[in-house]
Design a protein around this ligand. Structure first.
Ligand code: SAM
Length: 363
């Protein structure tokens, strides 16, 4: 099936040298006079206040939509950022206006010494939220210490409510542990506890209503995510369930009341009357939300990615290891942010364009 989306020529977005080439139908205007001194504001006036840091490439699951079936050539440990490098970069970004950091991976809870990293980041003046995306397997062991260290928000990934499917999708056991992690995070007061659910045609699309029912007595925000193409994940549009279709399928059974959402957020939010929890739909492919993008990413090997779907990267690790001063790092970051494009290339182009496997970006 081919969706009727505006398919932009790939050279108009993301891949082009010149970010000023804005697609004509797009609501952002490029400012050629952008000041390099405004490090985290791009040429379209988007201020980047949200940084996602991948702490590790390894994961204790092998989700089919995330990790290439044939495995990966893992980056040697000495090429990954050290704790001190992570803390230095976080401090630098927060000094320029970042107010929220999310720790991700791979599986961030596999990172040794994560409690100290959380504690150091949590005390950065100006940081308002320190979040983590995790598969939850190690959370029961670590949550109390992480919470005490300053972890304020949690997303736990769970794509199915059926144990046998969990094992097929993740190529590992652990379903019950994830449910325990979700209950524990709720008990520890994480609100809303976000649950990330990638919806795949022919695999878990028949669980949309089960997840909706699951929010009745749980204060969770189930976020249904469209399947996105990354290197080695076998993406094809036949497996993508558009968010509009997900919503329609749920609305056939439950009324959905829209809730106000953060204009920079990725999810459009709804509540079912009488349910404690709520539902979110993340339509990165069929209804991209690039115009409100305020996100930057640092990979575990220290590359800054200004767009999840762009292959452009600048290695802050290499710069730090060459002895770059903070001012030199800021100049590099500013130049990269200044090259950010108006929007991503559209799913059909993305499926053809090289990027990293998701497990080495961090979502
Ligand atoms: C890459 S994982 C890393 C953090 C952690 N290991 C976890 O499982 O949450 C971060 C998020 O990316 C999502 N994700 C990975 N590959 C994806 C894809 N191809 N399309 C949509 N979401 C994806 C996962 O479902 C997860 O919620």
């Amino acid at each position: 099936m081919v969706y009727s989306l505006p398919i932009l020529p790939a050279e108009a977005v993301n891949q082009a040298e010149d970010p000023a080439r804005v697609p004509e139908d797009f609501g952002l205007t490029y400012d050629p006079a952008r000041s390099e001194a405004d490090v985290l504001t791009d040429g379209f006036g988007r201020r980047h206040t949200y940084l996602r840091i991948s702490l590790i490439e390894h994961c204790n699951l092998r989700c089919r939509y995330c990790m290439p079936e044939e495995g990966l050539d893992w980056t040697p440990p000495e090429h990954l950022l050290t704790d001190e490098e992570i803390i230095r970069l976080a401090r630098l970004f927060v000094s320029q206006g970042v107010t929220k950091i999310r720790l991700t991976g791979g599986e961030p809870l596999l990172r040794k010494g994560i409690e100290r990293i959380v504690a150091e980041l949590a005390r950065l003046p100006g940081l308002r939220a320190l979040a983590m995306t995790t598969n939850g397997l190690l959370l029961p062991k670590k949550l109390d210490r992480l919470q005490a260290a300053g972890l304020t928000q949690l997303n736990i990934s769970l794509d199915t409510l059926r144990p046998e499917r969990f094992e097929i999708l993740t190529r590992r056991k652990g379903f019950e542990q994830v449910l325990r992690a979700i209950d524990l995070a709720i008990a520890r007061g994480y609100r809303p506890l976000k649950v990330n659910c990638v919806v795949l045609r022919g695999f878990n699309e028949d669980e949309l209503l089960d997840f909706a029912a699951w929010t009745k007595d749980r204060p969770v925000e189930v976020r249904f995510i469209e399947f996105m193409p990354f290197d080695g994940n076998g993406w094809n549009d036949a497996q993508l369930v558009p968010a509009a279709e997900m919503r329609a399928r749920i609305e056939a059974r439950y009324p959905l009341e829209p809730i106000a959402f953060d204009p920079h957020g990725t999810a459009r939010l709804f509540r079912i009357p009488g349910h404690q929890g709520r539902l979110g739909f993340i339509a990165s492919m069929t209804e991209p939300f690039c115009e409100g993008c305020n996100r930057l990413r640092i990979t575990a090997d220290g590359s800054l990615k200004v767009c999840l779907f762009g292959r452009a990267e600048v290695s802050l690790r290499d710069a730090m290891r060459r002895g770059a001063s903070d001012e030199e790092l800021l100049a590099l970051i500013s130049a990269a942010v200044g090259r950010k494009h108006a929007r991503h290339a559209g799913m059909y182009n993305l499926a053809r364009m090289p990027n990293r496997p998701m497990i080495t970006i961090g979502g």
